[in-house]
Write a protein that binds this ligand. Structure first.
Ligand code: FAD
Ligand code: FES
Length: 278
């Protein structure tokens, strides 16, 4: 079962100031959003963000929370964004110092509890990194051991490598980098690197993952074949983020359809219907 960090955390619609934006790769950037309000979020939760002033585009965009910290009366929320279309393009060009609306925290989170006798396996593909890095840093702060697998299309698209390394090293874990084109790290998919280590005898008490759907399907197959516990953060296209529009429904193994913005976005692989592991 996934959890939401020990109880309900009220979501709020806040005005946030863009305090900083930095490029992470040719396609991805980091946003630091500031507010005087307190925000408590756990890894896996997300926010719905306006893409600019006014009503065009009308819909907010769903973005995972990559980190949240409060110091001297200011809450800083970190987002990592890949520019893929109109909304994320507007965000990339939003003026630092201007304000956005952020509805957060939404959804549930990964299960971060340690598993007796094993460590956790964290797996991120591409822009699936933000919730996984947030989990890695929270686990490192609690001294819960994990290995971190991070894959990207090419070396230039591997995001925040030094932070990933620092989090893994803090608990004596490995950082395994992979690229599809072999330009950095191990050549091939991140799930293949995981499989090689499982074949070599490495054991994980629970896998936590976020990434593109083909990666999540491969990971689900791997987890089911080997009876491994695994939780996936799904990124179904979302319009409202609060369970109203039913645009984000996910089919479960018991035949139910649930709103992934409310029951997810984190799901155990054993709850998901077969389309997730064809
Ligand atoms: C819970 C959740 C967390 C997310 N976290 C992040 C994050 O941390 N960082 C980040 O960059 N993105 C994240 N996404 C995806 C992000 O919401 C979309 O990339 C964004 O809405 C696209 O908006 P756009 O207007 O730029 O593109 P659009 O013009 O709406 O779409 C451009 C292209 O992207 C595809 N697309 C749109 N939405 C999604 C989606 N949800 N998943 C996959 N492809 C999509 C479209 O099919 C189209 O091909 C998350 C999505 C969800 C549901
Ligand atoms: S996005 Fe509207 S119900 Fe989930």
């Amino acid at each position: 079962m996934t959890h939401n960090g020990g109880g309900m955390i009220a979501r709020r619609d806040l005005t946030v100031r863009i305090a900083a934006r930095t490029d992470l790769s040719p396609t991805c950037f980091r946003f630091i959003l500031e507010t005087a309000e307190e925000i408590a979020a756990v890894p896996g939760q997300f926010g719905m963000v306006t893409c600019g002033a006014g009503f065009d585009p009308l819909l907010r965009r769903a973005l995972s929370i990559a980190g949240v910290a409060r110091r001297e009366g200011v809450t800083r929320v970190e987002l990592m964004v890949k520019e893929v279309g109109r909304g994320t393009n507007l965000l990339r060009h939003a003026t630092v110092g201007s304000t956005l609306r952020l509805l957060a925290p939404l959804g549930n989170g990964f299960t971060l509890a340690p598993v007796e006798g094993t460590c956790l396996g964290l797996v991120a593909g591409g822009i699936g990194l933000p919730p996984v890095l947030f989990a890695a840093e929270r686990l490192a702060a609690r001294n819960v051991a994990f290995d971190l697998y991070v894959g990207a299309a090419s070396g230039g698209e591997l995001l925040d490598v030094e932070r990933c390394r620092a989090a893994a090293i803090a608990v004596g874990g490995d950082l395994v980098l992979t690229t599809d084109d072999g330009s950095a790290g191990e050549h091939g998919f991140v799930t293949a690197a995981l499989q090689r280590r499982l074949d070599g005898g490495q054991r994980y008490g629970r896998l936590l993952a976020c990434g593109p759907n083909p990666m999540l399907a491969a990971l689900t197959r791997l987890a089911r074949e080997r009876a491994l516990a695994a939780e996936l953060s799904l990124e179904e296209p979302m319009a409202c983020g609060v369970g109203v529009c039913l645009g984000c429904v996910v089919e479960l193994e018991d035949g139910r359809y649930v709103a992934s913005c409310k029951e997810g976005p984190v799901f155990s692989v054993d709850r998901l219907a077969a389309r997730w592991w064809p």
